[in-house]
Design a protein around this ligand. Structure first.
Ligand SMILES: Cc1cc2nc3c(=O)[nH]c(=O)nc-3n(C[C@H](O)[C@H](O)[C@H](O)COP(=O)(O)OP(=O)(O)OC[C@H]3O[C@@H](n4cnc5c(N)ncnc54)[C@H](O)[C@@H]3O)c2cc1C
Length: 376
């Protein structure tokens, strides 16, 4: 029986790093290649749902404890009108018990540091500024040529190289491409006033919100109905974001708006989605995370799905199944949950773009919250 004891992971993002840690815990030898020489985390902050914190708890290596120490958690979610009037307040008690918060926020570079340190400590062999040049499937594995001219053989190659995955292009050349959804996402890292303890979402003509990521900071987000994917020149970002925030008269948002200028940490990104049909493997190459299933940020669960993928993969390998059984059962356990999450995130964006009522949009958020707490 052909089993999996040596794995190459391509991509050192949230999905690649957590898969690497979980596989090491399952006794697998892991090489990880990351194309970025500086191994940077792009973006300001990330919201982490309680179900994703539950997944980080399974990853172990003290990751959850450090997220709790270095991120921010504990405040209730509130859904609001643009003037700040509260429409709904979420529970303060976590459905995951006393040790796992119901949600958290953290700076992306801080989360990246926590995960990269845990990846190194778990004994993963890491190469930066490195990637795959070509792959050759054999009867029991994959022979890999790297860009630096070296070659190695693996029982399994895991493509965790994100939305515009090269491993997907190499393995599924006929696969669907990422699709622009008609919206862009603005994010800005700004000072956190004491009154902002938990995530606030504002339902106006468009959806905006703030999420604490540390004692001193929170990030603001705005989901912009842009229709076509036009370029937003970075030198105009402060002015463009200010324009889009005019409708939010809650003092928290107005203060952020007034403070935005050319020195502010602002980011704009057009939103794309992808759901690769099952199976996400061909031969002994498997795609995980955004490479296989990219959500929009509407339900803030793309990172959660990526972490869950690695947990399930390691769990199946550890149970002593053959490689073929691992891959088949991986799809059985992962496809529906990922499909529903991707489709719900896109549906929330569609509701915003067609100007659906607040009630309908809030119902969409609530349905996702109920679905995602199910065990993986
Ligand atoms: C605007 C926005 C906001 C979001 N906010 C949230 C949020 O609040 N909460 C949440 O849970 N999710 C959020 N998401 C989704 C989340 O960021 C992704 O789902 C998650 O980062 C996916 O992780 P990943 O490891 O699969 O891919 P990525 O994070 O894209 O990591 C891929 C890694 O692979 C590397 N790489 C790329 N190509 C190669 C190559 N050829 N060879 C080697 N390495 C390569 C990259 O450098 C990178 O390190 C958001 C997404 C967007 C667009």
């Amino acid at each position: 029986m052909s089993t999996i004891s040596k794995v190459l992971i391509v991509g050192g993002g949230i999905g690649g790093m957590t898969a690497a840690i979980c596989l090491r815990k399952a006794g697998v030898a892991v090489d990880l290649v990351e194309i970025d020489a500086q191994w940077r985390a792009l973006g300001a902050g990330v919201s982490i749902h309680g179900a994703a914190l539950r997944a980080f708890a399974s990853v172990g290596m003290g990751v959850l404890e450090r997220i709790k120490q270095e991120g921010r958690f504990g405040g209730a979610l509130t859904l609001r009108k643009p003037d700040g009037e509260v429409l709904f307040t979420g529970p303060t008690q976590s459905p995951f018990g006393p040790d796992i918060p119901g949600s958290a926020g953290i700076l992306r570079p801080v989360l990246h540091k926590i995960l990269s340190e845990a990846t190194r400590a778990s004994g993963v062999s890491i190469k930066l500024a490195a990637t795959v040049a070509s792959l050759r499937q054999t009867a029991t594995g994959v022979e890999v040529d790297f860009m630096d001219g070296t070659t190695a053989s693996y029982d399994l190659v895991v493509g965790a190289d994100g939305l515009h995955s090269k491993i997907r292009e190499m393995t599924f050349p006929d696969a669907i491409k990422p699709r622009f959804t008609g919206q862009g996402c603005w994010r800005a890292l700004v000072p956190r006033p004491d009154e902002v303890q938990g995530t606030r979402m504002y339902f106006g003509r468009q959806k905006a919100g703030v999420n604490p990521v540390s004692e001193q900071q929170m990030y603001l987000f705005l989901l912009h109905n842009v229709g076509e994917n036009r370029r937003m020149p970075p030198e105009e970002w402060p002015t463009l974001l200010k324009q889009e925030l005019v409708e939010y008269t809650d003092p928290v948002i107005s203060t952020v708006r007034e403070g935005l200028n050319e020195t502010s940490s602002i980011n704009y990104r057009p939103l794309e989605t992808l759901l690769l049909p099952s199976p996400w493997y061909r031969g002994r190459v498997l795609l995980i995370g955004d490479a296989a299933h990219a959500t929009t940020p509407h339900n803030a669960y793309g990172a959660g799905l990526a972490v869950e993928d690695g947990i399930v993969l390691a769990d199946l390998i550890a149970s002593g199944l053959s490689a073929d059984q691992v891959l088949q059962q991986f799809m059985e356990r992962r496809f529906e949950r990922c499909r529903i999450t991707v489709e719900m995130s896109v549906a929330l964006g569609d509701l915003e773009q067609r100007g659906a009522s607040r009630e309908e949009q809030m119902q969409g958020v609530a349905s996702f919250m109920q679905m995602i707490v199910r065990p993986i």
